[in-house]
Design a protein around this ligand. Structure first.
Ligand code: KG4
Ligand code: ZN
Length: 350
């Protein structure tokens, strides 16, 4: 049994959790949504300052909720990449300090690996290989999970992430921030077949289309043009139909690619993660399509799909269990390919 305390501050959630292998002992998530709502998106500098204010109380709360002592904790982890550098620094410095003070190993964790590990918290018996469809505000990826630390990105977005597209289209329709939940809600009363929208296919140089990559910028532009045309024709704007048609286009594109990818790579399980995994239409379309071809789909509870530190701690437990640790000189990085995750546990550079 391995127990890890992890801190996640890569974007706009200040989160601290304690996990014993695949069991959550405590998980504290303080969301900054209200702080950033006025600006319609995350303001990096404000995010860092809020993390600074909230991180210590969150650590204290996580320890008290888990009812553990420092003696019970085997390692301290933090998300070190990818994310907003200033924000990542807050959690990373806090984790390194705790590791030093309590003489514990420090582990830097890749945020996307954390999202993959969320699936284990929900399904402790899950074993690789499986396909992870990661759809968040910053990422849209199809990841072949071969083993802990061994990943291959098979498909991704060439421009906007799925969640980013939801947020931008919501802003266009005047629905506020974050846009995903607002579109999801409004789409319930709309007609998904009201407007035909592009699928966002990526052409290949030799002809044909990339089977797993996606693009959402064309869809976003189509929504802008459509909204302009409808507005010019006079009110009221059929917002519910627009939301439903847009949501249907995104769900269809993601479902098609995830199923094709799982089939081509003989993967019988798809685990979905990231905030967009909350979307009702995606859940419906992907579950139905998977059922039709004998693929198992796991949608973890929303609290594990959106950013949290439990998923980071779970990944840390795995690496700690394998005897890995990071050098205290490890720095945060705004981006790093998931394939390079093992470099976080290399020998000190000197
Ligand atoms: O994973 P997440 O909490 O944070 C990132 O790492 O980005 O994802 C946030 C994204 C936002 O873009 C938000 O609009 C989207 O997830 N989202 C949704 C839904 N709930 C959250 N998108 C579509 N439908 C939803 N129900
Ligand atoms: Zn995330």
């Amino acid at each position: 049994m391995t127990v890890a305390l992890a801190i996640e501050t890569s974007c706009d959630e200040t989160a601290v959790a304690i996990v014993k292998d695949r069991q959550v002992l405590s998980s504290v998530v303080s969301s900054q949504i209200e702080l950033h709502r006025t600006y319609g998106g995350v303001v990096p500098e404000l995010a860092s300052r809020q993390h600074l204010e909230w991180v210590n109380p969150a650590i204290a709360q996580a320890i008290s909720q888990a009812q553990v002592q420092w003696d019970d904790i085997d390692g301290v982890a933090a998300t070190v990449t990818p994310g907003l550098v200033g924000a990542l620094l807050v959690g990373t410095m806090a984790a390194k300090t705790l590791a030093m003070v309590h003489d514990k190993p420090f582990l830097g964790i890749h945020h996307l690996e954390g999202h993959i590990f969320a699936a284990y918290l929900d399904q402790p018996s899950l074993q690789p290989p499986f396909l992870c469809l990661l759809v968040s505000g910053g990422h849209t990826s199809l990841i072949h999970v071969k083993a802990a630390g061994e990943y291959k990105t098979l498909g991704q977005t060439r421009d906007d992430a799925a969640g980013e597209a939801f947020d931008k289209v919501a802003r266009l329709l005047g629905l506020g921030y974050p846009g995903g939940p607002a579109i999801d809600r409004l789409a319930q009363s709309g007609n998904a077949a009201a407007f035909a929208l592009p699928e966002g296919r990526i052409s290949l140089p030799g002809g044909g289309y990339h089977p797993y990559d996606s693009s959402f910028s064309g869809l976003k532009t189509a929504m802008l043009r459509l909204t302009e045309q409808l507005a010019a024709a006079g009110p009221p704007l059929p917002k519910a139909d627009l939301a439903a048609s847009f949501q249907n286009a995104v769900a269809k594109a993601l479902t098609k690619r995830a199923i094709a990818c799982a089939q081509d790579f003989n993967l019988s399980t798809i685990a979905v993660g990231g905030g967009v995994a909350a979307n009702r239409e995606l859940r419906l379309q992907l579950s139905q399509a998977a059922q039709g071809c004998g693929i198992q789909v796991f949608f973890p509870p929303i609290a594990l799909c959106t950013d949290n530190a439990a998923m980071i701690a779970c990944a840390a437990c795995e690496h700690l269990g394998q005897g890995r640790r990071s050098d205290l000189g490890l720095t945060v990085q705004s981006r790093m390919p998931l394939e390079a995750v093992m470099s976080l546990y290399g020998e000190p550079a000197d």
